[in-house]
Write a protein that binds this ligand. Structure first.
Ligand code: MG
Length: 440
């Protein structure tokens, strides 16, 4: 009997992070980190489930969950093996659905819903293969990898043949790089010290701890008040010394001119990159900022909607560091396309993570990139925030400032059953008695 996908179940899961101001920045002062969560089940006797989620910050997580329900319903009844073997064509089918496409195309809630479902299918495929996702991806042939990518809208910057050439060039060194990765892990940087809602003493203590923990880069949230930013940058620089990189993140706060002025005002403290200085859609504005603040660099990507906008950011020289997000663009497939674009343009990928579960997901993509795409860890760091990892079946392991290779089969998205029950909104134990924060 052919095994089939039987159910696609969704859950609205929220963490009351706004109570401690964890995650507070200039644009998001009170986030409740949330996951619009999906579980793909089958009637295969092996019992494996695929888990995925879209990350949101609270209100609206019910909208995201409903969109995932809509996308997920398209999978029910499909044969398991052929579906998992053809995730490239499936991605195209979901993204270019003739009616759902009107809700994007390829952006926002509907695209994030595709991300959650596609990532859940990759989780299922990796579990069935008995491999962590990075290893599954890094074991595919160059032809199998390019078959995951939709090259529509990319060919003026990257053709299928060019992508194949990049992957073939990286092929001979794969085994050696995998051994390096297993021995050394992948470099990370920490955002833990820099949330805007923390007082100066907490900032100083967390900066000290970051250096003691082996990180060579930290990040501070900026953009609410220039005098505060100057004071906090001074404290951070005095605490970590001259050799630790300090990135700053404005979370889209400024117009183009204001971004240039503000970053120039901070240059006495040697900021390494400025992240999301303005709207994530403003390709030409970001390019103008990049020119205006050099040698300080622009990093962006966590809110970039899709591979087409990334293509333009690369074509215009608008970013020096490309920040993929594992759960915003259309999942693993589209991130493979973006990694290939970044490799073509020679731009380092430094993923966005934190939130809830984003570290667990995105580490697989950076490790795959190192082994099979760019072939390099130079000047690359994965964001790390020491927060909410205990809710995952296989939490990330970070030692001496580096992500150790995950060994558990799957893509890293699976939360513990106790967490899914306790944090379910609005009726989980954690939320019982809370005033309603959403329109539900
Ligand atoms: Mg950011």
């Amino acid at each position: 009997m052919t095994a089939r996908i039987t159910t696609v179940h969704t859950l609205d899961v929220r963490f009351p992070t706004s109570r401690e101001l964890d995650g507070s920045d200039a644009m998001n002062p009170d986030p409740d980190y949330s996951a619009a969560y999906v579980v793909v089940s089958t009637d295969d006797p092996d019992g494996h489930e695929g888990h995925g989620f879209a990350f949101t910050i609270g209100r609206g997580n019910e909208v995201q969950t409903a969109a995932i329900e809509t996308i997920g319903s398209m999978l029910v009844g499909r044969p398991l093996d052929t579906t998992l073997e053809a995730l490239g064509p499936l991605w195209i089918e979901l993204v270019h659905d003739s009616q759902l496409r009107w809700l994007g195309p390829e952006k926002g809630v509907i695209h994030m819903a595709i991300s959650a479902v596609v990532n859940a299918l990759w989780d299922l495929r990796a579990k069935r293969a008995g491999l962590p996702l990075w290893q599954l991806l890094a074991g595919l042939t160059p032809e199998e990898i390019v078959d995951l990518v939709d090259f529509r809208y990319l060919t003026d910057a990257l053709t299928r043949d060019e992508a194949l050439a990049i992957l073939r060039a990286a092929e001979p060194g794969r085994a050696e790089r995998e051994a390096t990765l297993r021995a050394q892990g992948y470099p990370g940087y920490t955002t833990t010290p820099g949330w805007l809602g923390y007082d100066d003493e907490k900032l100083r203590r967390l900066c000290r701890e970051a250096v003691a923990d082996g990180f060579t880069q930290i990040k501070l949230k900026v953009g609410a008040d220039l005098d505060d930013d100057l004071r906090r940058m001074r404290i951070a620089r005095e605490t970590v010394g001259p050799d630790i990189r300090i990135a700053v993140d404005a979370n889209q706060r400024w117009d183009v001119g204001a971004a240039i002025d503000w970053v120039r005002a901070l240059t006495a403290f040697d900021p390494w990159w400025v992240e999301e200085p303005t709207s994530p859609d403003d390709v030409l504005g970001l390019a103008a900022i990049a020119r205006g603040i050099a040698p300080v660099k622009v990093a962006t990507g966590e809110h970039v909607a899709n591979r087409v906008v990334f293509k333009q950011l690369l074509q215009t020289g608008a970013l020096s560091y490309l920040q993929i997000d594992a759960a915003r663009v259309g999942g693993v497939n589209e991130n493979v396309a973006i990694l290939l674009l970044a490799a073509k343009f020679g731009v380092p990928v430094c993923p966005h993570a934190g939130g809830v579960g984003l570290c667990e997901l995105v580490q697989h993509l950076s490790m795959f990139d190192f082994i099979a795409v760019s072939g390099s860890m130079d000047d690359r760091v994965i964001e790390y925030v020491d927060h909410l990892h205990e809710h995952f079946v296989a939490p990330v392991v970070v030692r001496d400032g580096r992500y150790l290779v995950p060994t558990a089969p799957g893509a890293g998205a699976e939360m513990r059953p106790q967490t899914l029950a306790a944090y379910r909104f609005p009726d989980g134990a954690v939320w019982a008695g809370e005033p309603q924060r959403s329109a539900l």
